[in-house]
Design a protein around this ligand. Sequence first.
Ligand SMILES: NC(=O)c1ccc[n+]([C@@H]2O[C@H](COP(=O)([O-])OP(=O)(O)OC[C@H]3O[C@@H](n4cnc5c(N)ncnc54)[C@H](O)[C@@H]3O)[C@@H](O)[C@H]2O)c1
Length: 259
Amino acid sequence: MAKSETGKVVYGYAARPPVPEVPAPDLPYRPATNVHPAKIALIGAGGIAVQHLTAYAAAGYDVAAICDVRLSAAEELRDRFYPGAAVFDDYRRALDLPAIDVADITTHPDVRHGIIRDALLADKHVLSQKPFTTDLARGEELCRLAEERNRKLAVNHNARWAPNFRYASLLVRGGRVGSVQGVHMNIAWDHSWIKGTPFENIHHCILYDFGIHYFYVGKVFKGLVYLFTGGLFGIGWLIDIARIAVGSFRDSWGYPLVV
Ligand SMILES: NC(=O)c1ccc[n+]([C@@H]2O[C@H](COP(=O)([O-])OP(=O)(O)OC[C@H]3O[C@@H](n4cnc5c(N)ncnc54)[C@H](O)[C@@H]3O)[C@@H](O)[C@H]2O)c1
């Protein structure tokens, strides 16, 4: 029994102790500002490439080449973002340039495997858009190749680094929220934008294209569980981030993931 806000005694109405408010701690959750002087070749001048180039330009990265089988698309992005960049309709010409350090590959996965392979063989570091691969054996082959060539092969799972999740992970990592017992989160994401795009033809597009942000750590089954719970992608995401932050999260190969 407790008194409600109007002073009435109400059954089952718990007394509410005052909740103290504390200012949000100042945590280094934003991207690092030290810009590596690497020269980048962007391969695939489509929709997501605009976001990459916007971010590169804002941070001061050097995009030296833009490639697309549709040369006009590469030219358009060059004119908009990096007027000094070379443009090619054959990405191999960019990979032939010794000055290029990094290939940022933003095509769809059907053609990406071969491009990643060529980039690693040309001794470039690679940033691959997701989904990294549609075939585990081929994906593992690329990982082995990157190791052999001593090149970095990264996948663009940007959601993990989004400021809100990064901030939350730092909170947990710093012990500021105690032991995490459960997390409830809901993400409302309008996917109607895929109408009229190639994404519309992707079978199980949301599962494959959006849910993959979770699947990348190899937790396929867990990803499915998340998908079909009320939290839609949310429940568990933050838990995983929390586990990553405390170092207890491992991918399918048993490697710890750290933030
Ligand atoms: N990480 C994220 O949040 C995020 C967001 C959106 C898209 N994506 C991923 O990025 C990828 C691309 O998506 P998009 O929306 O930019 O697609 P898109 O169709 O707009 O662009 C793909 C581009 O690749 C070009 N291309 C195809 N074959 C090529 C080749 N051999 N050489 C050079 N260019 C070639 C196409 O001409 C096209 O311009 C997809 O895998 C998608 O899942 C990731």
